[in-house]
Design a protein around this ligand. Structure first.
Ligand code: ADP
Ligand code: MG
Length: 548
């Protein structure tokens, strides 16, 4: 042997760490399971909330899986993937974020059992993928088609999504508010409905109680009327929505004006006045009695507007301008010269109201608005924040059903049935594939079992009871968490969108499979942190970082 062969070949940069094979897989599975463990106790109406404190000391209290995971700072790449699937589920369907993570964690746990028995991970992955398709097929078979405009069903869906939240006591009123909002902005093309949730403006303000949350058939602006002399309330408002300033524009470059006599000064001011008045005159000529402006309004223009009895608001956010236009039917006008009566929007009432310490303008009772608002109230900032998240979930589930009008009963009933069907199917397979399908069935059964566990029920009794009742072929036995029993969930009016359940299964399976396929983790050395900043394990304060 020549001496040369003994010189090591450096492939990876110095400081790079590499974990291989079984070890890598186990680390990843452990990290992902740890994340699932965090949110597990939050699942369902009897789930607990989490209090999260960030590095600045801000407190969030929530039950929402995606929010919990967003607030904690995870370090391990596999743990990060779990956080990502909950975010993706939140964006896609809005609900089921906790279920997704719990299911992914449980699938990984079941996979680990197989890998320990020397089943190759790719066999598990293949088996899981096929099983997930089977599970979705069996859910589709038992899903109930609903009329997407049937309010009674939509209300049940909205209430179920809020049943597990702090706002559950108010879920009836909130569900009605959400329904009004979503149905107002739903648009029908051909025979399908489409909902753009951006057209629902959710404003929140601490104060009052959740009970004071309101649906506004129009837009709430967190701005006040610009001038004290203007009317604060206008009925039958004719609204000009303008995105150019009512100001004399300053020149881009420095201009000097030489004035040699007081006379000229006077003329200069008069000319400015005249120009501003001319602008206001155009608004008056168009017949508007409300002016909503994206840019500034000069003091003098304000004075003339007030004199003309026009209510004006300035510096409105661009996103609100579009909503105002959709709510009132106004055309957003770029150039005041073009403003005409046909550009005006309409609202039965525009009024400035006091909301706690601030004054907000309500543009409401619009006819047939294509953009509406929900004003969320609640005793404290934490309460309003969580109420807003719950309203968001409810908006999303109602949207899910309007767009894809199939529902399933909740309380873990569909999961219990899917797991039963999967076991039947697994018995037709052979070899290792059968093992994977059976494990998948166990994994999906975790959802009802965790619901039961969180409700203080005995897991084993529940499992036996649930299996025997589900096998009667009726698709509806699930966990009645309030009474701690296995019952027919349809009688309880607990319904969930099929879209959510499909997303939960797809997202959880994808994440689990992706993690299972990894057999090598190559991590570059961390860039040096600045010396005044503690490292990842240095406990940077607050929640700190989770290292696994
Ligand atoms: P996720 O973030 O996954 O939506 P939740 O904490 O909202 O988690 O819990 C959702 C689960 O709780 C679903 O499986 C749903 O069917 C179930 N659930 C909701 N309301 C009830 C109820 N009243 N009884 C039993 N289960 C319920
Ligand atoms: Mg939920």
């Amino acid at each position: 042997m020549s001496a040369q062969q003994q010189v090591p070949v450096v492939v990876l940069k110095e400081g790079t760490s590499e974990t291989k094979g079984n070890q890598a897989q186990r680390n990843n599975i452990t990290a992902a399971k740890a994340i699932a463990e965090i949110v597990r106790t939050s699942l369902g109406p009897r789930g607990m909330d989490k209090m999260l404190v960030d590095t600045l000391g801000d407190v969030t209290i929530t039950n929402d899986g995606a929010t919990i995971l967003k607030e904690i700072d995870v370090e391990h790449p596999a743990a990060k993937m779990m956080v990502e699937i909950s975010k993706a589920t939140d964006n896609e369907v809005g609900d089921g974020t906790t279920s997704t993570v719990v299911l992914a964690g449980s699938l990984l746990e079941k996979a680990e059992e197989l890998i320990t028995k020397n089943v190759h991970p790719t066999v598990v992955v293949e088996g899981f993928k096929r099983a997930s398709q089977k599970a979705i097929e069996s859910l589709r078979q038992i899903a109930v088609k609903v009329d997407p405009t049937d309010k009674t069903f939509l209300r049940k869906i909205a209430r179920t999504s809020m049943a597990s939240k702090m706002v559950s006591a108010n879920s009836q009123e909130l569900a009605d508010i959400v329904l009004d909002a979503v149905l107002a902005v739903a648009e029908k093309t051909d025979d399908r409905y489409k909902v753009d949730v951006d057209n629902i403006k959710v404003e929140k303000k601490a104060g009052g109680s959740i009970h004071d949350t309101k649906f506004v058939r129009g837009i709430v602006l967190d701005k006040e009327v610009v001038h004290g002399g203007m009317p604060k309330r206008i009925e039958n408002a004719k609204i000009a929505v303008i995105n150019s300033p009512l100001e004399i524009e300053k020149t881009e470059f420095d201009a000097k004006i030489n004035i040699s006599s007081p006379d000229q000064m006077q003329k200069f001011i008069e000319e400015e006045n005249r120009m501003l008045k001319a602008m206001v005159d155009k608004v008056v000529a168009a017949g508007a009695n409300v002016l909503l402006c994206q840019k500034g309004i000069d003091d003098i223009a304000q004075h003339y507007l007030a004199k003309a009895g026009i209510l004006a608001v300035r510096r409105i956010k661009e996103s609100d301008m579009y909503k105002l236009s959709r709510a009132t039917g106004a055309r957003i006008v770029n150039n005041l010269d073009e403003l005409s009566a046909s550009d005006l929007g309409f609202a039965k009432l525009v009024e400035e109201r006091r909301v706690e310490t601030e004054k907000w303008v309500f543009v409401e009772e619009c006819k047939n608005p294509k953009s509406v608002s929900i004003l969320v109230r609640g005793g404290s900032q934490r309460v309003v924040d969580e109420a807003e998240r719950s309203v968001h979930d409810a908006i999303m589930v109602v949207k899910d059903v309007i767009e894809y009008p199939y529902v399933l009963v909740g309380g873990g009933a569909p999961e219990a049935l899917a797991s039963l069907k999967l076991r039947e199917w697994a018995s037709t397979l052979s070899g290792r594939e059968q093992l994977a399908a059976e494990k998948f069935a166990d994994g999906i059964e975790t959802i009802p079992l965790v619901l039961a566990e969180n409700a203080g029920m005995d897991p084993l009794d529940t499992q036996v009871n649930l299996r025997s009742k589900s096998s009667t072929g009726k698709a509806r036995y699930g966990i009645d968490v309030i009474n701690g029993r296995v019952t027919d969930m349809a009688a309880k009016d607990i319904y969930e969108p099929l879209a959510v359940k499909e997303q939960v299964i797809n997202a959880a399976t994808e994440a689990a499979c992706m993690i299972l396929r990894i057999d090598n983790v190559i991590a570059a050395s961390k860039a040096k942190e600045p010396s005044n900043h503690s490292g990842p394990s240095g406990g940077g304060g607050g929640m700190g970082n989770m290292e696994m």
